[in-house]
Design a protein around this ligand. Structure first.
Ligand SMILES: Nc1ncnc2c1ncn2[C@@H]1O[C@H](COP(=O)(O)OP(=O)(O)OP(=O)(O)O)[C@@H](O)[C@H]1O
Ligand SMILES: [Mg+2]
Length: 299
């Protein structure tokens, strides 16, 4: 492992969404503001969408870490479930212990009772559904019915939907209009621009106990160009670049290490091709012309 070699206390570019590694760029700040306002207002549905790897799950981990004791968070990662399974998952997240043979219609009653009990204790219940684009239609309908539960004064549960752009397609369908209409607040996470991408790299290195000079400026620029500002791709390439520099015995990641990392990751990069922002495509075309032979992705 390269940690000792580079004098780091943890891997700077792990793929696990980790609130302690959070980078607060413009888009993340806007999304967090939207979430804060929506939760404050007590709105029923909130939606955060974004392409694969743009940081939705990480943002949600950060949000959860920021929420105080007055919130009860129910978190569902596996959204590809039928309505009954969904209600069982929600019941579990709300701390309800059920017999395994409880009929489906009774689960909702238990959920309602528990939500009322939590409201009496002044707990605001927030249900976070990750990968919401995978949720079947009838489960989304069950979700909508649960969102209707309210006291005379306020909602008993607020729901945050996190999903890839396919979620928008699902919600745009005519038979989803009732749910779609209830989404009062939404934000989109996009690929980071060049400035944010550069400071993203520096931030993660610093949190891991290193100095940003661990990667040369040219190396970081190349990483930003080829990742097109997608945090997951940045992590994959940056981690590989560290490995490449380590295997060469170098103490700094230079352009050569990044090129080797890119050459090793063409398949991952190619999948991201259609989502690249224009600044990155232009920069990459230029780079491919300058670098003899270019890289697989651009030839
Ligand atoms: N704001 C951020 N700060 C630090 N790291 C981030 C941030 N956003 C994303 N990442 C990193 O990028 C990677 C992808 O992030 P994440 O899993 O949150 O994306 P996602 O949008 O949920 O992807 P998917 O659509 O595939 O579920 C993770 O390794 C995560 O650590
Ligand atoms: Mg995710």
């Amino acid at each position: 492992m390269y940690l000792n070699h580079f004098k780091l206390n943890q891997k700077p570019f792990n793929l696990t969404p980790d609130a302690d590694m959070f980078y607060l760029g413009d888009a993340q700040q806007k999304a967090l503001n939207t979430l804060a306002i929506a939760l404050q207002q007590g709105e029923g549905f909130i939606k955060i969408s974004g392409e694969v790897g743009t940081g939705k799950t990480t943002l949600c981990r950060k949000l959860m870490a920021m929420m105080g004791d007055n919130y009860h968070i129910a978190h569902i990662n596996n959204s590809f479930v039928n309505p009954c399974e969904f209600k069982l998952l929600l019941a579990h997240e709300l701390g309800i212990v059920l017999n395994h043979d409880v009929p489906s219609y009774r689960i909702l009653l238990h959920i309602q009772k528990q939500l009322v009990m939590l409201a009496r204790k002044n707990k605001k219940v927030v249900l976070i559904i990750d990968e919401a684009q995978a949720m079947p239609r009838d489960t989304l309908e069950a979700l909508r019915l649960i969102s209707n539960l309210e006291t005379g004064k306020r909602k008993l549960i607020q729901i945050i939907l996190l999903g890839q752009p396919e979620l928008d397609e699902v919600l745009a369908r005519n038979d989803m209009r009732q749910l779609n209409q209830r989404i009062a607040y939404q934000a989109e996470l996009k690929a980071m621009d060049k400035v944010d991408s550069m400071s993203y790299l520096a931030t993660r290195i610093q949190i891991s106990g290193g100095h940003e000079s661990l990667m040369s400026k040219q190396a970081r620029e190349l990483l930003c160009r080829y990742s097109a500002g997608n945090p997951r791709i940045l992590n994959i390439l940056a981690d590989k670049a560290l490995m490449c520099a380590f295997s060469e015995g170098d103490l700094q990641v230079d352009k050569k290490a990044v090129k080797a990392a890119i050459a090793d990751s063409n398949a991952v990069l190619a999948k991201q091709g259609q989502a690249f922002p224009r600044w990155a495509v232009a920069a990459c075309v230029a780079a491919a012309l300058i670098i003899p032979g270019g890289f697989g992705l651009w030839t």
